[in-house]
Design a protein around this ligand. Structure first.
Ligand code: SAM
Ligand code: SF4
Length: 371
């Protein structure tokens, strides 16, 4: 039986650097876009030689700012994938877009180029906060792009960052009501984190205190549950049929390849686990890859870290299929019993999942289970 495979394509270029962002990105004039895409096609060839019989389940163009790639080049990438591999009938092809349109009719053209799920990085719904977040779009442009995405796509999502330093709970309540009222199929809502090396870090920007941020999170989960967006992952909300197929591949432990500088992949080939990290380098000629073989235990630990982010938690049978290890033998049973008695997890013969209280202390749960 052919195994499914997901493809992540990283486009590292941005128009400017947002002060909170620690994703791998570059601001560069005269990007040799056609040459980079030529090289990405060769990268796809490389993976096809390695995995000729896989069936492609999802493609995700992420960044950076992949909405800077021309529709022609997006089309070239997708056509190449379709020429190389078979695809699942309902393959999900997502692109992460910034609201600033690069050319007239951008969203219509992205749809025509083959994108069938658009994820829009709005981040905030008022001008003061958009400025604070260093975004190059204002509210008017955000609202216009929202209209365009809803008009041109059937499957769509928005990203917002909340728990901003001066945001009150009632500010966020209003913004959440607005965000969930647009009609998107999926919402990704992230609490602001201050990452080392970012401008916010250097300026010593302080995040909201933990209790205030937790109140916002609990309100968000409850409000969205009542408004048709159940939480299915710690920061992602959607009815089951609109959950992100691509991101679920990471959370469930399925195979994916990464194209482009700083992208990474996880593959299981003949029972061996491979972690592949693309190193920074020349984007038009060669890709230096760091390849590592993971032990089943190392892969299993990743599955716990990723799987507990899901509302459904970790399916013990699936865990065994992917890692080859028995879940109950792998985790620390004493810690699991403690966490269960504290009401932080549900642990039965089929699955182990965080409770509502557990989602507030997920890192603690993971550390305990993997002790
Ligand atoms: C790859 S990033 C950005 C995609 C796209 N270039 C944009 O700016 O909208 C994906 C998402 O991560 C979130 N994100 C990035 N840095 C963050 C941070 N420090 N705190 C919280 N969320 C963050 C943002 O919501 C962002 O849309
Ligand atoms: S948030 Fe998006 S646009 Fe801003 S620097 Fe990061 S990847 Fe680029």
């Amino acid at each position: 039986m052919s195994l499914p495979l997901s493809i992540y394509i990283h486009w590292p270029f941005c128009k400017s650097k947002c002060p909170y962002c620690d994703f791998f990105k570059k601001v560069q004039k005269n990007v040799p876009q056609d040459n980079i895409v030529d090289f990405y096609l060769k990268e796809l060839d490389y993976y096809h030689r390695l995995l000729p019989d896989r069936i492609i389940r999802s493609v995700f163009l992420g960044g950076g700012t992949p909405s800077l790639i021309t529709p022609d080049n997006i089309h070239r990438l997708l056509e190449h994938i379709f020429t190389l591999w078979k695809t699942e009938a309902n393959i999900e092809i997502s692109l992460e877009a910034n609201p600033n349109s690069e050319y007239p009719d951008m969203f219509r053209q992205l749809r025509r180029a083959g994108i069938n799920r658009l994820s829009l990085g709005i981040q905030a719904l008022n001008d003061a906060d958009l400025r604070f977040l260093g975004r190059t779009h204002n509210l008017k442009q955000a609202l216009h792009s929202i209209d365009e995405v809803l008009k041109n796509f059937d499957n769509h999502s928005i990203d917002l960052i909340y728990a901003r330093p001066k945001q009150s709970l009632s500010d966020w309540m209003n913004e959440l009501e607005q965000a969930s009222g647009f009609g998107f199929k999926h919402l990704s809502l992230y609490q602001l984190t201050i990452e080392e090396g970012t401008v916010f870090y250097k300026k010593n920007v302080q995040v909201l205190d933990e209790d205030a941020a937790a109140d916002m999170y609990l309100y968000t989960v409850d409000y969205l549950q009542k408004h048709g967006y159940p939480r299915y992952e710690i920061s992602n909300f959607a009815p089951a049929r609109y959950e992100s197929v691509h991101n679920k591949c990471y959370w469930l432990g399925d195979d994916y390849i990464g194209i482009g500088e700083s992208a990474h992949g996880r593959l299981k080939i003949n029972g061996r686990f491979y972690a592949i990290d693309n190193l920074p380098g020349d984007l038009t000629h060669s890709m230096r890859r760091h390849k590592e073989i993971l032990t089943p235990q190392e892969r299993a630990e990743e599955l716990v870290i990723m799987g507990l982010r899901l509302q459904q938690g970790i399916d013990k049978k699936y865990f065994k299929t992917v890692s080859g290890l028995n879940f109950d033998d792998f985790i620390n049973q004493k810690a699991a019993a403690n966490l269960e008695s504290q009401g932080l997890i549900i642990n039965n013969s089929e699955y182990l999942a965080a409770t509502d209280a557990g989602f507030l202390v997920l890192n603690h749960i993971i550390a305990q289970l993997c002790r």
